[in-house]
Design a protein around this ligand. Structure first.
Ligand code: PGA
Length: 255
């Protein structure tokens, strides 16, 4: 099955109102030829979602960096799936390592977030990834499979049509150190076959598994050449329209 590649830009807690809107406009201005070939999404900070959605003019998807585990209610500081939809989002990250490890979000919590996102008609980009300690202890496979299984608790085969995965080794995020193509491919293959075992062969063939962790214009082509790498989740290099578009163009096979 041919999978349409996906390139996401995770802006994290960067930029201000003016620079976020300007970055959205710059991306929109050069995204057309690339977005015809691959899916693109950006994940701005919550307060700037409205302005960025307006700047992007539907050229590519805009998403939340997180979503609440409940539909509505007394949850101070949380943003629900329907609120994200209201702001023009069509997708959301769930389980980024800065939330799993930085904020202690558990698989059980993340599974509820995945549920809420899907029920709210948002696509989910579910992140998994091991620490350097895990990798050095030979635990990469166990760790990412545990995260995958735990965060997909209660998610059905039909639901999986709304889910993409991001493999982001924590030791490669924001460090300038990237997993080599062979290291990435190995884990992506493990994840894809786990989806096949847990769901079915169709889900395994269909699910997009993108790589994240210090992706740059200079290393993206080698990563994309891997059979099971279906795109990239980009942090630092997504904060400049030029490098983000360059990564997207390389992923789309454009010069
Ligand atoms: P990075 O971040 O590209 O800056 O390493 C990736 C991510 O955390 O999604």
């Amino acid at each position: 099955m041919d999978r349409r590649a996906l390139v996401g830009g995770n802006w994290k807690m960067h930029l201000d109102a003016a620079t976020a809107a300007a970055l959205g406009r710059d991306i929109a201005a050069s995204a057309a030829s690339v977005a015809a070939r691959i899916d693109m999404a950006i994940f701005p900070p919550y307060p700037y979602l409205g302005a960025v959605v307006e700047a992007i003019q539907g050229r590519i998807a805009v998403g939340g960096q997180d979503v609440a585990a409940e539909a509505e209610g007394a949850f101070t500081g949380q943003v629900s799936a329907s609120m994200l939809r209201d702001c023009g989002c069509t997708t959301t990250l769930v389980g980024h390592s800065e939330r799993r490890h930085g904020l202690g979000e558990t698989n059980q919590l993340l599974a509820r977030k995945v549920r809420q996102a899907i029920d709210g008609r948002l696509r989910v980009l579910l992140c998994v990834g091991e620490t350097l300690e895990d990798r050095e202890a030979g635990q990469t496979r166990e760790v990412v499979l545990g995260q995958l299984e735990g965060s997909l608790e209660g998610i059905s085969t039909d639901d999986m049509a709304m889910v993409d995965l991001a493999y982001e080794p924590i030791w490669a995020i924001g460090t300038g150190r990237t997993a080599g193509p062979a290291e990435a491919q190995e884990v992506h293959e493990v994840l894809r076959s786990a989806v096949g075992v847990r769901y079915d062969a169709r889900s395994a063939a269909r699910i997009r598994i993108v790589y994240g962790g210090s992706v740059k214009p200079s290393n993206v082509a080698d990563l994309m050449a891997c059979e099971d790498v279906d795109g990239a989740l980009v942090g630092g290099a997504s904060l400049q329209a030029g490098s983000f578009i360059e990564i997207a163009r390389a992923t789309a096979g454009l010069e």
